[in-house]
Design a protein around this ligand. Sequence first.
Ligand SMILES: Cc1cc2nc3c(=O)[nH]c(=O)nc-3n(C[C@H](O)[C@H](O)[C@H](O)COP(=O)(O)OP(=O)(O)OC[C@H]3O[C@@H](n4cnc5c(N)ncnc54)[C@H](O)[C@@H]3O)c2cc1C
Length: 302
Amino acid sequence: MRIIDRLQAGEPCFSFEFFPPHTEQGVDSLFGTVVELAPLNPGYVSCTYPGSATPTPDTEIARRRKLTIDLTRRIRDESGIEAMAHLTCSAHSRDELIHILDRLAEDGADNVLALRGDPPQGGGGFVQAEGGFAHGVELIQLIRERGYPFCVGAACYPEKHQEAPDADLDLQHLKAKVDAGADFLISQLFFDNGRWFDFMAHVRAAGITVPVIPGLMPIINREGIIRMTELSGAHLPEGLRRELDGHGDDAEAVVQTGIAHTTAQALELLESGVPGIHFYTLNKSRATREIVSAVRGHQGQR
Ligand SMILES: Cc1cc2nc3c(=O)[nH]c(=O)nc-3n(C[C@H](O)[C@H](O)[C@H](O)COP(=O)(O)OP(=O)(O)OC[C@H]3O[C@@H](n4cnc5c(N)ncnc54)[C@H](O)[C@@H]3O)c2cc1C
């Protein structure tokens, strides 16, 4: 199923993002999470593509990258849920990317999320592989030039990509990805809907008309979310931070605050007409299940 068709179907499309686990046990547990989330009838799930940002040996990255492709096929085959692989340019030549895209096409994939990839941890900026690409737009161009039948997603950043010197230039680069053939966009995580509404006004004013899906990360522990805001540059509203700080060691209270915050965010976004919500699940199901159930409950009451 092409994700663009699902997004245009009218019903809000809830999607769940996973990462390829590090161990066999992690793979089993991920399938447990997929089974737990399946009754929520997700529009699709997606699996990230490990990058050179992870400080692990190259062979381990290669193993987990292959797992991304294998897992998306397995999820589609075993659960019937649409599963999209992410693919990044990092550490791949153009020929290698063609090889992976061929494999996705052979597997019957209908969708791919085309990304540049993160710079390596520790600074220094993104490293373009020899014979590879410097920007996500080039991967989208490759997919279109070679006529792959995929519905293509790309990333966008409501609070600006961290490397972009300013939001206007970042928006021009985003427009280039859509002009090159991206069918829909998924956003970086954010906690402040005000930032999203400002961003979307600029997106539409720039003539970008494709569906844009907000990405939300349920807060399941305080330290984790502070690390995420540092990595992504997402603004954590002062009131939310104070509430999380006030919970001290009470892990359950943090989860409850997170669920309440993300539920309120999702409801307001859906009210504004977004085509769906993409949840960064971190391979855990509980918070996402509770949020989607609460959102559906509110919507059913209207
Ligand atoms: C929904 C989502 C899913 C993600 N999944 C993964 C994943 O699975 N694996 C992973 O490693 N990372 C993932 N990322 C992170 C992503 O790889 C990083 O944010 C990366 O730094 C940028 O990727 P991009 O495709 O947006 O890059 P690009 O679109 O290439 O943009 C990167 C930077 O380059 C600038 N730029 C773009 N084009 C040009 C140009 N022509 N000239 C000059 N500057 C330009 C942009 O303004 C931006 O600052 C994901 C991010 C999101 C939002």
